[in-house]
Design a protein around this ligand. Structure first.
Ligand code: PLP
Length: 453
């Protein structure tokens, strides 16, 4: 755009997340303004229409331009833009949403605490778990184990839970008492002769070793995404969650299922916990709760956790934990309208069928390419892992081929994501993706990969 001041303002003023700040300020890194969206497409300020096969950051689950949600937000803003939820206050939207979440959550869940985003919800969870163990008279049971390659946010504690070096380096993270165990990354298993079940047993035994080394009486909780997301879009190997759950039960360790990506339909089930038969004590939710039409997150606690929290406030009075924007009415109104749409549009079913169609189309289009090592996913998630050699599964030091392929794909009108921590191109489209759109993603990805090598 000629004489457009926006680019200069952007470069001179804005610190964007996950961006090379120096290059951006110097005009060397991408500046792109997105103006509108409809269905699975967005349009940038220069009028270029793009198929967003990553749904923003795996969050615009119902797709862009849903007037039902926009109208609910506008009506809430006109009626009552804000009131807090402290000391028993609420709004019709926030109470209705809490009920809708519990109606959809596994039967053993009991209550929901609202936050703003996935990172702060995970911080809340750590505090609730520590509070719980203090109340139960076991103050030494505080350590938390998460996985290498897990992503749980960017806060001090949530960033510590995250098991990706880029989120630790130069920030003095992880903070104690957070520990990391083996990632259930079957393609990258230590011994290629291992079956999926054997690798799951190996991951569980690594976890058990860590618990015994630290002392089970010191370990409070285990944290995991049902499907590893930012760490490479990696579904668990067969039997993984059952094996992990058995170890946790043995040592009385809580399970936190971080369902920020998987909650509300992405795997074709309402929750990933249900999908994999997990029995979490806390479920973290965000993204798909409102399809990102407004910021909102939540911590759904089980009956067991609730019993300790109830006892705690009986003994100590009101809980000393709250955000000004907990259960923000606009986020809550967006959530109510969004969850209705997920039901009305049959998006769980669509995520399962069109997601499977996408992976099949991807395998047909590029599965035989010598630089494609693995095509995987679950529900509306798909990953294509690139390798320099299929035999050795060797990758690269700098992720360049994935970045190049994603840039080519973008030039061809489709947004994928060079997963920041592996040589993988990731797709997490809106759950309303059509079969024809899935085929377009697969065909154009094949073209982009062929053009890269
Ligand atoms: N947990 C998971 C599994 C995520 O994927 C993310 C974000 O991508 C978060 C937590 C952090 O959420 P937020 O960026 O809303 O703080």
């Amino acid at each position: 755009l000629k004489n457009d001041p926006l680019e200069q303002w952007d470069r001179d003023t804005f610190l964007h997340p996950s961006t090379h700040w120096a290059d951006f300020a110097r005009g060397k890194a991408v500046h792109r303004i997105i103006s509108s969206g409809e269905g699975s497409h967005i349009v940038d300020r220069e009028g270029k229409r793009l198929l967003d096969a990553f749904a923003g950051l795996y969050c615009v689950n119902v797709g862009y331009g849903r007037t039902e949600i926009a109208d609910a937000i506008a009506a809430q803003a006109k009626e009552l833009a804000y009131y807090h939820s402290y000391v028993g206050h609420g709004t019709e939207a926030s109470v209705t949403l809490a009920k809708m979440i519990l109606d959809r959550a596994p039967d053993h869940m009991s209550r929901v605490y609202f936050g703003l985003g996935g990172s702060d919800a995970n911080e809340t969870n750590i505090k609730l778990i520590w509070y719980m163990n203090n109340i139960l008279g076991r103050p030494e049971k505080k350590k938390i184990i998460s996985r290498w390659r897990g992503y749980h946010g960017s806060g001090l504690m949530s960033g510590s839970l995250t098991g990706l070096a880029a989120f630790h380096n130069a920030f003095d993270l992880p903070l104690v008492p957070i520990l990391h165990t083996e990632a259930p990354y079957y393609y990258r298993r230590p011994d290629v002769s291992m079956s999926e079940e054997a690798f799951s047993a190996y991951c569980a035994s690594e976890l058990e070793k860590m618990i015994l080394k630290e002392g089970p009486e010191t370990i409070a909780a285990f944290w995991g995404e049902p499907v590893l997301g930012t760490g490479g879009i990696v579904p668990p190997p067969k039997g993984y969650w059952a094996a992990i759950q058995e170890v946790l039960n043995k040592y009385d360790i809580l399970l936190v299922a971080d369902e920020v990506v998987t909650g509300f339909g992405r795997l074709g089930s309402m929750f990933g916990s249900e999908h994999y038969g997990m029995k979490p004590d806390i479920i973290t939710i965000a993204k798909g709760l409102t399809s990102a039409y407004a910021p909102l997150s939540g911590s759904i606690v089980s009956k067991k956790v609730w019993a300790a929290l109830e006892q705690g406030t009986d003994e100590m009075g009101p809980i000393g934990h709250g955000w000004t924007y907990s259960a923000h009415p606009i986020g809550a109104a967006a959530g109510v309208a969004n969850l209705k749409l997920v039901d009305d549009l049959g998006l769980l079913e669509n995520a399962a069928t069109v997601g499977a169609h996408l992976r099949k189309a991807m395998s047909d289009a590029i599965g035989d390419h010598p630089n494609v090592g693995d095509i995987r996913g679950e529900g509306m998630l798909c990953a294509v892992e690139l390798v320099s050699d299929r035999e050795t599964r060797a990758g690269w030091d700098d992720q360049k081929p994935a970045v190049t392929a994603v840039a080519r794909l973008l030039a061809d009108g489709v947004i994928g994501r060079a997963m920041p921590h592996s040589d993988t191109i990731g797709f997490a489209p809106p759950l309303c993706l059509t079969k024809a759109e899935a085929e377009e993603v697969a065909e154009k990805t094949a073209k982009a990969i062929k053009g890269t090598f």
